[in-house]
Design a binder for this molecule. Structure first.
Ligand SMILES: Nc1ncnc2c1ncn2[C@@H]1O[C@H](COP(=O)(O)OP(=O)(O)OP(=O)(O)O)[C@@H](O)[C@H]1O
Ligand SMILES: [Mg+2]
Length: 1023
C-alpha cells in the first residue's frame, strides 16, 4: 500500500502507480491471514467537542467542517504505514502492525499521532482540537474481504484501553500506555503521568504523555544510548572490513556491504570498526530511515547541512548558509556551482535563474554530480570512510548518488561501507572491489560470552544463560532485549553484568520488541508459506516433512516447494537428511504459533495428534509430544494420561523442571474432567508427584501446598485413607524444606496416625521418616533415634525399589537424617558408621538427589564435630553434584552451610559470596529456613570483617525466625553470633546462657560444648 496516498499496488512495485511516491519494501501489500493474533499498537483519535461544533449546522456544512480533519488523520496514519480500521463520524481507529507486522509499530503510531496534531492544526487554522490515545497489546485481527475492499477489525482488551487513553487525553494531547512508551523508547520523548485507575482494568495503568520525537534516525542511536554490551566475537568479519580500508587508503577504493537480519549486529560491527580507525581517516555516517522513505535524499540531508525533514524549514538564506558551511567543511576547494544543487537536495529552493531554468531530470543530474564531486574532492585530502546504514530503507535518489560515489571510488581513497538486511540486494555485487560480509547469529562461545557479559556468572543464572542462547538462536538484540525485560519484570535482581535470578528461567517471556521484529519478518512471507509455517509451529521445533504434509492436507510437491523457499529465506534449517524441517530458532516458532487464533490452534493440535497416533512413526512418537498435543487440542482425558506418563519419564531422568511442567499442566487438564473416582485419584497422585518434582527443581515448592490441600479434601471425600496419608507426608516435606516446622511435624503425625489405623507398615514408616527429617532440620534431635531406627531394616529390604513421587531412595533418606541426629546429640562414632553405609547404598543406586544430599549430611556432621576443613570437602562435593543436576534445593541448603564453614576457616569474602548465592536460591524456592541459616552464617563472616552492627542485624534476623518457627539449632547458633557481635560482656553472656538453655532443652550436645568454649573465651583476659 502506498505510504502517501494509500493506493493498493502490486507486491514488487517500487513506486506507487497512483501518485509516484516510492514504496518502501515493507509497505508493499501482502496477503493478510484472516483471523490472527497480533501484537499491534492501536491508535484512537477524535475531534474534541465535535457535537457542539456541528450543532445547528446544516449536514453538508458539518461534513465540510469535519472532513478535512478526518482526512488529515487518515493521511497521517497512512504516512506511517498504519491501517485505518474504522472511520467514525468524528475520529479514526487505526492499527499499526496489522494486517502486516512492522517491527516498530509503536514508533510509527506515535509519529502518526504527532503528524496528525500538526496537520490538523494547519488544516483548520487551530480552530479544531483533536486528542489521541495509544496502546500496544495483542489483539485478534480479522479481515473481511469484499470485492471492493478489505476491512480490518481488531478485537480485544487493548482496543478498549487505547480508547480509554484517548478519552483521558486533553485537547491537543496524545496519551499512551507504558507498553507503547517502552516499545518506542529512544524514538519518542514522553512524560510520565503516573498510574491511573481505568474502568474495566484490574490494575492501575501507567500513563505517559507524548512530548515529541527524539533525533534518533534508525535503530542504532537508541541502542547506543542504553549501555553497550562488551563486544564479542566477529573477529573475521571485522578483519575483512579493516582489510578493505587498507586498500582504500592506498587510493584504490572499496565497497563493503555488511548484511544480516535485524538485530544481528551490523551497526555494532560498524561501531567497532569506526572506533578503531587510524588517524588521517575521515568518517561520514549516513542513515536511511523507515519514516522518510518518500523523502528524496533523506540520508544525505544532514551531511550537507540540511535540517531534519521534520523541522519544517525550507528555502531562504539560512539554508544556503548552512549548505555552504557544510560543503566548505567537507571539501574546501569545492566550486561554488555545487551549492545550488545541494540546497535543492536538502529541500531548499535555489532562486538563481540558471537553476530555475533547469527541467527536473537535469536538476536531478546536477544534484548527483554535486554530491559526487564534493565527496570525491574530500577524498583527495584524506581517506573517506562513508558509512550508509540500512540501505533497505534508502530512497531511489540517494541510491543513485551512492552508485555515483561507488563509481568514483574506483580510483579514490574512498571506502563506502553499507549495511542492509537480506531482503535488499546491492547493485555492486560482482565488482572486484566489493566485499560482502554476511553476519549470522552469534554461535557457540561468542553467544555464551554475550549472555555472560549481560547476566554475570552467578550460579542462579546458569540455566537461564543456556535457555537464552537456545531460545534466541544467538541474535544479540534478542538476547539483550530478553535480559532487559526480565530485569524490568523483576525476575532478575542486581545490576547489569551481575544479575541474580529470582524468577523461573522456564518462564522467560517473549519481549514485545523482539516479537515485533520477528513478526515483521514472518509477515514478509507469501500467504501459503506462512500457513505451512504455522502448521509446523504447532508440531514443534522439528517436524518430519511427511507429518507436515498429512497435517496440512497439501500436495507433497507444494509442501516441498514451500519448504525450499522457507529454507532460502532462513526461517528453517536445510537438514542434510531433507526429511524434516527445523525452525532456525525457537523465537520464530513461538511468534508464528502465537499468531494462530486459539480455535485454529486447537484444531491443529488435534490434527497433529491424530497424525502422530496413526502415522508410521507412531510407535516411537514420544509420549511428551502426544501429551503436548492432546493438551493443546483440549482432549483433557488423553492429556491427563499422557502428561502423567511424560512426567514419570522426566522423574526417572531426574529432570525435575520438566516433570514439574508436565504435572502442572496435568493438574490443570484434570480440572476439566468430571468427578469419577479414577479422575480424583489421578489428581491426588499428581499433586504428590508435583511436590516431589518441585523439591527436585527447587522452584515453586510453596505453591504445591494448595494442590496438596485440595488433594487431602479429595482423598477424604473418596474415603481413600492411604492416599490421604501419603498426601500428608508430602505436606510435611513442604513444611520441612521451607521451614514451617509446625506444618512438617503435624502433617507427619497425621500420616502416622492414618498408617497405624490402616496397619500399613509402609505409610507408618513414611510418616516417621517425614517427622524425623523435620526434627533434624529444625535441630531438635532428641526423639529422632527412637523414631527412625525401628524402620531401617524394613526400608532397606522391603522398600528396595523406588515409589513414584519421591525424589530420594527411602532407606537413604533415613540414613541421611539419622546420622545427623546422632551428631547433633554428640554421638559422633554412631554418626560416622551409619554414614558409611549410606554412602555405599547411595553410590550403588546412583540417584543424583541421594548423592548430593550425602554431601550435606557428611559436611554437617563434621561441622558439629568442630572440623570445618573436612566439612568443606563434603559440602563442595555435594554442591558439585547438585549443580550438575540442577538440584536447586540441595544447592541452596549446602551453600548456606558451606558459607558458614568458609567463615569459620577465616575466608569472610568467599563466605559472603557463597551465602549470597544460597540466599538467592532459597528466596527463589521460598525456603525461609535456608534464608535464615544464611543470615546466621553471614553474621559470622561480617564479624570477621569488623562489620559488627551488620552482623548483629543478620544474627537477629535468624534468631527471630528460629524462635517464631521453632528451630532450636538455628536459635542456639544465632545466639552465639549475636553474643560475639555484642560489645557488652554481660549482654553477650546472657545470649550464651540463653543458647545453653536451648541446647539443654533439646539435647544439642555438640553445640552445647561450643557454647561453653565461647563462654570461657568471654570470661578470659580482655581481647
Ligand atoms: N558482537 C557483539 N557483541 C556484543 N554486542 C553486540 C554484538 N553484536 C550486536 N550487539 C548488540 O546487539 C544489539 C543489536 O545490534 P545492532 O544494532 O548492531 O544490530 P543491527 O544488525 O544493526 O540491527 P538493525 O537491522 O535493527 O539495524 C546492539 O545493542 C548491539 O550493541
Ligand atoms: Mg543497525
Amino acid at each position: 500500500m502506498c505510504p502517501r496516498c494509500g493506493a493498493a499496488g502490486r507486491p514488487d512495485d517500487r513506486y506507487c502507480a497512483a501518485c509516484g511516491t516510492p514504496v518502501p519494501p515493507d509497505a508493499a501489500p501482502r496477503h493478510a491471514v484472516s483471523g490472527a493474533r497480533k501484537l499491534v499498537t492501536v491508535l484512537f483519535a477524535d475531534i474534541v467537542g465535535s457535537t457542539s461544533l456541528i450543532e445547528h449546522v446544516d449536514p453538508e456544512d458539518a461534513v465540510a467542517r469535519l472532513q478535512p480533519v478526518l482526512d488529515a488523520m487518515a493521511a497521517a496514519v497512512h504516512a506511517f504505514g498504519g491501517t485505518v480500521s474504522a472511520m467514525m463520524g468524528d475520529g479514526v481507529l487505526a492499527l499499526f502492525g496489522a494486517p502486516v507486522a512492522h517491527e516498530d509499530h509503536a514508533v510509527r503510531a506515535a509519529y502518526a499521532a504527532l503528524r496528525m496534531l500538526a496537520d490538523v492544526e494547519t488544516a483548520t487554522g487551530a480552530a479544531i482540537d483533536i486528542r489521541v490515545g495509544l496502546h500496544t497489546g495483542e489483539v485478534l485481527v480479522r479481515t473481511v474481504t469484499t470485492d471492493l475492499s478489505h476491512d480490518y477489525t481488531a478485537l480485544g482488551p487493548p482496543v478498549h484501553l487505547a480508547s480509554r487513553m484517548e478519552r483521558m487525553a486533553r485537547p491537543g494531547q496524545v496519551l499512551l500506555t507504558a507498553q507503547t512508551a517502552r516499545m518506542a523508547e529512544g524514538f519518542i520523548e514522553t512524560e510520565a503521568q503516573g498510574p491511573v485507575a481505568v474502568r474495566g482494568m484490574d490494575d492501575p495503568v501507567e500513563v505517559h504523555r507524548l512530548v515529541g520525537r527524539t533525533s534518533a534516525v534508525g535503530t542504532w542511536m537508541p541502542r547506543v544510548q542504553r549501555q553497550l554490551t562488551r563486544f564479542v566475537g566477529r573477529d573475521r568479519e571485522l578483519a575483512t572490513v579493516r582489510e578493505a580500508l587498507t586498500h582504500a587508503r592506498g587510493g584504490r577504493g572499496r565497497l563493503t556491504a555488511v548484511v544480516g537480519e535485524a538485530g544481528v549486529g551490523k551497526s555494532r560491527l560498524i561501531h567497532e570498526f569506526v572506533s578503531g580507525l587510524p588517524a588521517g581517516v575521515t568518517v561520514r555516517r549516513l542513515q536511511a530511515s523507515p519514516y522518510d522513505v518518500s523523502t528524496p535524499y533523506h540520508p544525505l540531508v544532514p551531511l550537507f547541512g540540511g535540517a531534519p525533514a521534520e523541522a519544517g524549514e525550507v528555502g531562504g538564506a539560512a539554508v544556503r548558509d548552512r549548505v555552504t558551511t557544510a560543503v566548505a567543511a567537507i571539501d574546501p576547494s569545492a566550486e561554488p556551482a555545487v551549492i545550488d544543487p545541494l540546497v535543492a537536495m536538502v529541500g531548499g529552493q535555489p532562486d538563481s535563474p540558471a537553476w530555475v531554468a533547469l527541467d527536473p531530470p537535469r536538476r536531478r543530474r546536477r544534484i548527483r554530480d554535486a554530491a559526487r564531486t564534493v565527496i570525491a574532492g574530500s577524498a583527495r585530502r584524506a581517506t573517506q570512510v562513508i558509512v550508509v546504514e540500512d540501505l533497505h530503507w534508502i530512497d531511489e535518489d540517494t541510491q543513485a548518488v551512492l552508485n555515483d560515489i561507488a563509481d568514483a571510488a574506483r580510483d579514490a581513497a574512498i571506502h563506502l561501507v553499507v549495511t542492509y538486511r537480506p531482503e535488499y540486494t546491492d547493485a555492486w555485487i560482482g565488482r572486484p572491489d566489493h566485499d560482502q560480509v554476511h553476519l549470522d547469529q552469534l554461535r557457540g562461545a561468542a553467544a555464551v560470552q554475550l549472555v555472560t557479559a549481560l547476566l554475570g556468572d552467578d550460579p542462579s543464572v546458569a540455566r537461564l544463560r543456556r535457555a537464552l542462547v537456545s531460545r534466541t538462536g544467538g541474535t544479540p538484540l534478542f538476547i539483550e532485549e530478553a535480559v532487559r525485560s526480565l530485569a524490568d519484570d523483576g525476575a532478575l535482581t542486581g545490576a547489569p553484568g551481575a544479575y541474580r535470578l529470582v524468577g523461573d528461567p522456564e518462564l522467560v517471556s517473549l519481549p514485545d520488541t523482539v516479537q515485533a521484529v520477528v513478526a515483521a519478518r514472518v509477515d514478509r512471507l507469501p500467504h501459503d508459506d506462512k500457513q505451512l509455517l504455522q502448521t509446523a509451529s504447532v508440531f514443534g521445533e522439528t517436524v518430519p516433512i511427511d507429518v507436515l504434509t498429512s497435517t496440512s492436507g497439501l500436495e507433497r510437491h507444494v509442501v516441498a516447494e514451500a519448504v525450499t523457499r522457507l529454507r532460502a529465506a532462513e526461517f528453517v534449517y536445510g537438514l542434510s537428511s531433507r526429511r524434516a524441517l527445523t525452525f532456525k530458532h525457537n523465537l520464530i516458532r513461538e511468534v508464528v504459533y502465537g499468531e494462530i487464533p486459539l480455535e485454529r490452534r486447537r484444531a491443529l493440535h488435534g490434527a497433529v495428534a491424530d497424525v502422530l497416533m496413526q502415522h508410521d512413526a507412531a510407535a516411537d512418537a514420544p509420549i511428551e509430544r502426544l501429551a503436548h498435543h492432546a493438551h493443546g487440542a483440549e482432549r483433557w482425558e488423553d492429556a491427563v494420561r499422557y502428561l502423567w506418563q511424560a512426567a514419570a519419564r522426566a522423574e526417572q531422568r531426574s529432570a525435575y523442571p520438566q516433570a514439574q511442567r508436565f504435572l502442572t499442566m496435568g493438574l490443570e487438564a484434570a480440572a476439566h474432567l468430571d468427578d469419577a473416582p479414577e479422575h480424583l485419584i489421578r489428581r491426588i497422585d499428581m499433586a504428590g508427584a508435583l511436590r516431589a518434582a518441585a523439591t527436585g527443581s527447587g522452584r515453586r515448592l510453596h505453591a504445591t501446598l494448595s494442590d496438596l490441600d485440595r488433594a487431602v479434601t479429595l482423598a477424604e471425600a473418596l474415603g481413600d485413607r492411604p492416599r490421604h496419608a501419603m498426601t500428608e507426608v508430602h505436606r510435611s516435606y513442604v513444611g520441612s524444606l521451607t521451614g514451617d516446622h509446625h506444618l512438617a511435624v503435624t502433617a507427619a503425625r497425621t500420616a502416622q496416625r492414618l498408617g497405624a489405623e490402616l496397619a500399613d507398615r509402609y505409610l507408618l514408616a513414611e510418616g516417621r521418616l517425614a517427622e524425623g527429617q523435620a526434627l533434624v532440620l529444625a535441630g531438635s534431635p532428641a526423639t529422632v533415634p527412637e523414631l527412625l531406627e525401628p524402620d531401617i531394616d524394613y526400608l532397606r529390604t522391603a522398600i528396595g525399589s523406588d515409589r513414584r513421587g519421591l525424589t530420594t531412595t527411602r532407606v537413604v533418606t533415613s540414613l541421611t537424617f539419622l546420622p545427623v541426629a546422632y551428631a547433633q546429640l554428640g554421638r559422633f562414632a554412631d554418626a560416622r558408621r551409619m554414614l558409611a553405609e549410606r554412602t555405599a547404598i547411595a553410590q550403588a543406586g546412583g540417584r543424583p538427589f541421594d548423592l548430593a544430599f550425602g554431601g550435606w549430611s557428611a559436611g554437617t556432621i563434621e561441622v558439629l564435630a568442630g572440623r570445618p576443613a573436612a566439612a568443606r570437602g563434603h559440602f563442595e562435593e555435594g554442591l558439585e553434584i547438585a549443580r550438575l543436576h540442577d538440584l536447586l534445593y540441595v544447592d541452596a541448603l549446602i551453600g548456606a552451610h558451606l558459607g558458614g564453614v568458609q567463615a569459620l576457616l577465616g575466608e569472610p569474602a568467599a563466605a559472603l559470596r557463597t551465602l549470597g548465592h544460597a540466599s538467592g536460591f532459597a528466596r527463589l524456592m521460598q525456603s525461609d529456613l535456608i534464608v535464615a541459616w544464611a543470615d546466621a552464617h553471614r553474621a559470622q563472616a561480617q564479624l570477621l570483617l569488623g562489620q559488627r552492627s551488620a552482623a548483629r542485624d543478620a544474627a537477629t534476623a535468624a534468631l527471630t525466625f528460629a524462635r517464631a518457627r521453632g528451630h532450636p539449632l538455628l536459635e542456639a547458633t544465632s545466639l552465639r553470633w549475636l553474643a560475639a557481635a555484642t560489645r557488652d560482656r554481660g549482654a553477650a553472656d546472657a545470649h550464651l546462657l540463653a543458647a545453653l538453655d536451648v541446647c539443654d532443652r533439646v539435647h544439642l550436645a555438640a553445640i552445647r560444648e561450643q557454647v561453653h568454649r565461647d563462654r570461657a573465651a568471654l570470661a578470659g583476659p580482655d581481647s
